[in-house]
Ligand binder design. Structure first.
Ligand code: XLS
Ligand code: NI
Ligand code: NI
Length: 438
């Protein structure tokens, strides 16, 4: 008897299927734009929500039934849980997983004990990767849960906590490298502030940049070739997170000469907390060559925090896939940084949640590909900017015009050419038509 012995491998049965344990849209081997769905989407199960989430909230404790987990902090329990996680990914057909160091292995009394625990669980992770062929999309370090990080990690006011954080990332990089991780993520955790009265923002950001430069140098030293990613988020847990959105991250990276080494890991719920759409954040990162990977989830319009729900909305996944098809995703992936609700406490709910998310993305991929095939949206964009293809537009874009010349041009005409319609409503109808027909 294994944890999921009553469940067989989730199969693709097609849109007509009413089997709740089958895919209706995710057909891993189906080829779209010359690549399989598996390779486009690179689905990733995230360890922290799916195997460490307890369902607790500020008003009550955990609710999750996880019969394989004895609830202890022992290494043996962590190793057993790791095997269950791989059984889950295998049955789901997810090719990747992602973790924080402290999700997979318990903290010990000292850092060296903690590192030894991490190694002992990494041994099992490696065995399971070899057994199943499932790969590590990214590793990261949890530098926000332990009380020592109350003021932050790489932006803390306590220099010894900074040293601790450096040692922790050093180890997490080594383990990620050992497990063949394709990326390494920095989400800011408590890198931010609660008020500016007690905060030296400039000094903290200088420290953060120095920390990242040390990470880049160490990766080079150990031969880690994975992509470094920063994950923007505007608030929570601090009032103001330094990596607040894609634009803020890119400005920071550029200011501190880090741009060549980092891309961004864009999360839907973080984009909306920042007052943006996911599509905006993806496009902003993509147009600057910095779109690295995505944390696929969704928030709730009525709740102002990171609810990390599974994405099920085709309109959202279509938008995401339009941008991902444009810029490409590998070596990034679609990581379900999402958790089942605390009322969905049975192990089976983990399957329903992931199947729904994978199907929503698979269908979004098909809709986006159909729109692209017919150039259904490009036509509108081309038309909208058509008069920039004139002699005047070409000269401006080539940097060959100045204010005097532009004034002279428009004076000669007396008035600008009339505007065309933006056609937003028609475009929205077109998108719905493609959603209907795919
Ligand atoms: C928190 C973040 C976190 C990162 C990994 O809001 O989404 O889960 O993805 O540290
Ligand atoms: Ni995330
Ligand atoms: Ni998040």
């Amino acid at each position: 008897m294994t944890a999921f012995s009553q469940i067989s491998r989730i199969a693709y049965e097609g849109p007509q299927s009413e089997n709740p344990l089958a895919f209706r849209w995710y057909n891993a081997d189906e080829v779209i734009e010359g690549k399989t769905m598996r390779d486009h989407l690179r689905f990733t199960v995230c360890y922290w929500h799916t195997f460490r989430g307890t369902g607790s909230d500020p008003f009550g404790g955990g609710t999750m039934q996880r019969p394989w987990d004895d609830g202890s902090d022992s290494v043996a329990n962590a190793q057993k849980r790791a095997r269950v996680a791989f059984e889950f990914c295998e049955k789901l057909g997810a090719p990747y997983y992602a973790f924080h160091d402290r999700d997979v292995a318990p903290e010990g009394k000292t850092l060296s004990e903690t590192n030894a625990n991490f190694d002992a669980v990494a041994d099992v992770l490696l065995q399971e990767q070899q057994r199943t062929g499932i790969k590590l999309l990214w590793g990261t370090a949890n530098m926000f849960s332990h009380p020592r990080f109350m003021h932050g990690a790489a932006t803390t006011c306590n220099v010894e906590v900074y040293a601790y954080a450096a040692a922790q990332v050093k180890k997490a990089l080594e383990v990620t490298h050992r497990l063949g991780g394709e990326n390494y993520v920095f989400w800011g955790g408590r890198e931010g502030y609660q008020n500016l009265f007690n905060t030296d923002m400039k000094r903290e950001l200088d420290h953060l940049a120095a920390f990242f430069h040390m990470a880049v140098a160490y990766a080079e030293e150990i031969g880690f070739k994975g992509q470094f990613l920063i994950e923007p988020k505007p608030k929570e847990p601090t009032k103001h997170q330094y990596d607040s959105d894609a634009a803020a991250c890119l400005n920071f990276l550029r200011a501190y000469d880090l741009l060549p080494y980092f891309k961004l890991n864009i999360e839907t719920n973080h984009a909306t907390l920042a007052g943006h759409t996911m599509m905006h954040e993806l496009e902003y990162a993509g147009m600057q060559g910095a779109l690295g990977s995505i944390d696929a989830n969704t928030g709730d319009l009525l709740l102002g925090w990171d609810t990390d729900q599974f994405p099920t909305d085709y309109y959202l996944t279509t938008q995401v896939m339009l941008v991902l098809l444009k810029y490409g995703l590998a070596p990034g992936g679609v990581n379900f940084d999402a958790k089942v609700r605390r009322e969905s406490f049975e192990p089976m709910d983990l399957f329903y949640a992931h199947i729904g998310g994978m199907d929503a993305f698979a269908r979004g991929l098909k809709i986006a590909a159909a729109l692209r095939k017919d150039r259904a949206l490009e036509k509108f964009v081309e038309q909208r900017y058509a008069n920039w293809n004139s002699d005047l537009g070409a000269k401006i874009e080539a940097g060959q015009m100045n204010f005097q010349q532009l004034e002279q041009f428009i004076m000669g005409k007396g008035e600008a050419a009339p505007n065309g319609s933006g056609r937003q409503e028609l475009i929205e109808n077109v998108i719905n038509r493609y959603i209907d027909k795919v």
